[in-house]
Design a protein around this ligand. Structure first.
Ligand code: ADP
Length: 169
């Protein structure tokens, strides 16, 4: 009986760069939690790509945000997203959609992933108030020394925010 229940667990992998993790990402996780038993936030690492934060910093940052949420796990991975999903026992991939470009991009990847592995992609539309928020915008603001508080999850551990970022105290 226990085994059957375990096998029926709905686990979703939420892959992304998360450089950095924003309130837009947080909102997707929050809204998806009632749909799944577990969400695995999977930081895709490409060591050839320049990033604002290291994979280790991103892992610590996101783990800190979900320190009191046992249904959220955080990992990083290299390679194919479907392989990371299989390793975590995830049978769904979770993604967010802000605009038509996101939709077209996600459609191709979702079809490829399903053909390769049978893993379904679940897309959630952004909340209108978060539609303009992206990690790219945060990286730009950091670059020009602007306050980024409004874009970061409220309960992120202040000690993990890089000292060079401008945030309201
Ligand atoms: P990637 O480089 O894989 O797109 P991101 O970290 O930029 O990684 O985004 C991860 C996922 O979160 C993507 O599905 C993206 O569409 C979604 N996302 C990012 N920002 C928002 C937002 N403001 N609202 C909804 N979804 C978002």
């Amino acid at each position: 009986m226990k085994k059957t229940l375990q096998n029926n667990r709905r686990v979703a992998l939420f892959p992304g760069s998360f450089d950095p993790f924003t309130i837009g990402h947080e909102s997707i996780v929050e809204r998806a939690l009632p749909l799944f038993d577990e969400i695995v936030i999977a930081i895709g690492v490409n060591y050839n790509k320049q990033t604002l934060t290291t994979a280790e910093e991103r892992l610590a940052w996101i783990k800190g945000i979900y320190r009191n949420e046992p249904r959220v796990r955080v990992i990083y991975y290299t390679g194919l997203t479907v392989d990371a999903a299989r390793e975590c026992g995830a049978t769904y991939i979770l993604r967010g959609v802000r605009m038509i470009q996101d939709f077209e991009y996600e459609k191709n990847i979702a079809e490829t992933n399903r053909a390769m592995s049978g893993i379904e992609t679940v897309l959630l539309y952004t909340l209108p108030e978060y539609g303009h928020i992206s990690s790219t915008i945060v990286r730009e603001l950091v670059k020009y020394d602007h306050d980024v508080s409004a874009y970061l999850p409220r309960n992120c551990d202040p000690s993990l925010i890089p000292s060079t970022w401008k945030v309201k105290k």
